[in-house]
Design a protein around this ligand. Structure first.
Ligand code: URA
Length: 443
């Protein structure tokens, strides 16, 4: 096989065979095919796309490029969950223990921040002592014991994706649906769960801002899962504003704890209930959506989800007294109220700008190996639909006290807000559910 011919074939809009795709991925990972040829191939995919069969073949080639996690030693049907990335998205912190307390089995590998979106691993590391790097044996042991474990994705999981993502990131080929779908699904398939529930975000803070693109991405991932013999359900959910009120790391852990205590923000509770219900249905714990929803609601109200989070923290070396004393989480040097200069009803909060403002404040990394300051973040005081007078606090910045970061972060943050003199309703959160049987749009 000739790499030049394969690039040309894709450039001209033709389909590549399974063998041809496998040849390219294997050649790249083993160093026989250089970066510049793979980059040309990626750009050809960006413009020409891939059919469903090619997407499955690309995903399988990337999933098979490294270790496959063997979860067969865990009794019962395992369910995974993945979000395509959002701002203030602490859903996994609530959902994983809650689903485990509701009868599901969650053996989940999770990632760090990506672009303007936060990562669950960084959030977990703000819990004193919590270990995200465990051996596979320990991971399996914990899941068998308490039905939930959350660990960092290892470098040997789908290494082709890691290498390809690094190229995409610097060659303007990130926002391609076949490439995003195969990137996410290669990691999910290699991570071993039988059922997968996907949270595909739409809106300014998402990788696929337009609804049509989010729908296309969801359909592609469901087809890939189906082709690989897994049960995949995708919800398309809004990222028109940050999820909940907290954006950062420790600050999001605190909001997740409050949610498991039954005091969560309405949008986060709605999302957790919907995704949690799908996780219970996909695992076969229940067969009825209403029943699934009421089990989730019950375990939010009776603290069973919170108790399971305590078990999870203890099992992974952390200090679970943090649940009752949240001031044991990293605390900021300074809290600064950011006040509105405008009045009216909040009509939009650009989640992308809020995510970037949090990064300017220091909540993220500037280089890939930098340590993160877990105490930094933004706590929103006003969300879409809230009434605001000039001088009202729109948010509180959790800052390290570095003045040089505060002003640019504030300028960026204030630009995220828009106001209307007329009353505004909060935006729809759950847009659609995609399964192998089709698309169910929500009213
Ligand atoms: N998340 C991923 O894992 N891969 C992408 O390409 C985009 C988001």
């Amino acid at each position: 096989m000739n790499v030049y011919e394969l690039i040309k074939k894709k450039r001209d809009g033709l389909e590549l065979s399974q063998m041809e795709i496998g040849f390219l991925i294997d050649g790249f990972v083993t160093g026989r095919i250089p970066d510049y040829q793979i980059t040309a191939f990626l750009m050809a995919v960006y413009f020409r796309g891939m059919c469903a069969r090619e997407c499955v073949d690309l995903t399988m080639a990337m999933a098979n490029s490294g270790d496959q996690v063997d979860l067969s030693a865990i009794r019962g049907s395992k369910v995974d969950k993945h979000s395509t990335g959002g701002v203030g998205d602490k859903t996994t912190l609530v959902l994983a223990p809650l689903v485990a307390a509701s009868g599901g089995i969650v053996a989940k590998m999770t990632g760090r921040e990506l672009g303007h979106t936060g990562g669950t691993v960084d959030k977990l590391e703000s819990i004193p002592g919590f270990q995200v790097e465990l051996s596979q044996d320990k991971f399996v042991e914990i899941v068998n014991d308490i039905h939930v474990s959350l660990i960092a994705q290892t470098a040997s999981l789908a290494p082709a994706d890691k290498q390809i993502y690094a190229l995409r990131n610097v060659t303007a080929t990130v926002d391609s649906i076949p490439l995003i779908a195969s990137s996410i699904m290669s990691k999910k398939l290699a991570a071993g769960s039988e059922g997968i529930v996907l949270d595909v975000k739409t809106g300014r803070g998402a990788f696929t801002p337009s609804y049509q693109d989010a729908l296309e991405l969801a359909k592609t991932m469901v087809k890939i899962g189906d082709g690989a013999g897994r049960t995949v359900v995708a919800l398309i959910t809004g990222m028109e504003q940050p999820l909940g009120y907290a954006v950062g790391n420790a600050i999001e852990v605190k909001e997740a704890i409050d949610t498991l205590r039954g005091n969560g923000p309405a949008d986060l509770v709605e999302l957790v209930t919907e995704l949690g219900s799908d996780m219970l249905l996909v695992s076969g714990v229940v067969s009825d959506r209403e029943q699934a929803g009421s089990i989730i609601a019950q375990n939010l109200a009776n603290d069973k989800g919170l108790d399971r989070l305590a078990d999870l923290i203890t099992a992974q070396g952390g200090d679970s007294t943090v649940l009752d004393q949240t001031d044991l989480l990293p605390q900021p040097a300074q809290k600064i109220a950011i006040r509105s200069r405008a009045s009216g009803y909040v009509s939009a909060i650009d989640a992308l700008e809020v995510g970037l403002a949090a990064k300017v404040l220091g909540a993220g990394r500037k280089t890939k190996d930098e340590a993160i300051d877990h105490s930094i973040g933004i706590y929103l005081k006003k969300k879409i639909g809230d009434k605001v007078a000039p001088g009202d606090a729109l948010a509180v910045f959790y800052s390290d006290g570095d003045e040089a970061k505060i002003e640019p972060a504030q300028n960026k943050f204030l630009k995220a807000y828009a106001f209307d003199s007329n009353k505004v309703d909060p935006p729809k959160l759950i847009h659609a559910r995609v399964t192998r049987d089709g698309v169910e749009e929500m009213n």
